[in-house]
Design a protein around this ligand. Structure first.
Ligand SMILES: *Cc1c(COP(=O)(O)O)cnc(C)c1O
Length: 310
């Protein structure tokens, strides 16, 4: 029997038509309410459980934030030590949240890639399991449970809107759609300008590595998407769009005022599309937005972003 998942079955509800410029009701899947603050626990929890079932005594993960919190939470639930390697850019409060969740934080490298290489090496040296934040089939299998839940509730939707960093969430949503027989339901993949590695890769016809991340949506800040993610549009209908940081922040503020829940700009990006791309949404009757959440937000941060960008 498979182990009980570590993530929760999160609420799903429908907005009023008037909520967005798309003028249609939107299904919102509230993964901001997961323990650990984002959808990440779905896949990271699944992968950590798998590693522990296969004898792992220790877990290493590289992350700028939410994957680290999810791994820390999973490790505590599974009773094994977890070390999260974060780059210097990871904010002090995020490091503290990871520590408070029970993991050890190591700071290494200027950017995620350097932290990641270090985590891989440490895991190898210590004969421990290494958990990638977005590039593993079991992560995608775990993330796909969000689609299973929406389908189980009987909600009908004709597109899914989700944000893209390294693309683990996108890959998971496609996996979830496929296993529920929803091969024709397109996914609208959203990035912020300055973190749009997927968008740039599709445009160029090859997997691009961005020279730098210049968006405030740091959970979307993978300079390169996974190869599997780059290949997904040949297997499933996917449309790639971008929004500005200002649009993402405006969507966070609107969502917090309407529903009293704070989400990161990385999540605001997906919420923004219903306002910024009404023509695109006009092709669908019943969009589903993955409200992916994230802990890298506070009233104070939203205030600073609003003053700087809006
Ligand atoms: C990780 C994350 C993303 C992006 O997910 P990927 O699997 O890297 O594409 C988006 N939003 C939030 C809040 C995240 O934590």
């Amino acid at each position: 029997m498979p182990a009980t998942p570590l993530h929760l079955d999160t609420p799903l509800f429908r907005t009023q038509e008037s909520y967005s410029a798309s003028n249609r009701p939107l299904w919102l899947k509230l993964d901001a309410l997961q323990p650990a603050g984002s959808f990440k626990l779905r896949g990271v929890g699944r992968l950590c459980q798998h590693e522990v079932e296969n004898g792992a005594k220790e877990i290493f993960c590289a992350s700028g934030g939410n994957a680290g919190i999810a791994a820390a939470y999973a490790g505590r639930a599974l009773g094994i030590p977890v070390t999260i390697v974060v780059p210097e850019t990871t904010a002090e409060d995020v490091r503290q949240s990871i520590t408070a969740t029970g993991a050890t934080v190591l700071v290494h490298g200027a950017v995620f890639d350097e932290a990641n290489t270090h985590a891989v090496e440490l895991a190898k040296f210590r004969k421990a399991a290494y958990v990638h934040p977005f590039d593993h089939p079991l992560l995608w299998e775990g993330h796909g449970t969000l689609i299973d839940e929406v389908v189980a509730k009987g909600a009908e939707f004709d597109c899914v809107i989700a944000s893209v960093g390294g693309g683990g969430l996108l890959a998971g949503i496609v996996a979830g759609l496929k296993r529920n027989g929803l091969n024709d339901v397109p996914v609208i993949a959203v990035e912020t300008e300055g973190a749009a590695s997927f968008h740039a890769s599709l445009k160029a016809g090859e997997r691009i590595t961005l020279p730098a991340i210049t968006s405030i949506a740091n959970s979307l800040g993978a300079r390169q998407v996974a190869q599997h993610v780059f290949d997904l549009p040949t297997q499933h209908p996917i449309e790639s769009v971008t929004v500005t940081d200002a649009q993402a922040v405006a969507a966070c503020l609107k969502f917090s005022d309407a529903y009293r829940i704070l989400v990161e700009p990385a999540c605001g990006a997906a919420l923004a599309v219903a306002d910024t791309h009404p023509d695109l949404l006009g092709r669908f009757n019943s969009p589903l937005i993955e409200v992916c959440g994230g802990i890298g937000v506070s009233l104070e941060k939203l205030k600073v972003w609003r003053e700087r960008l809006l």
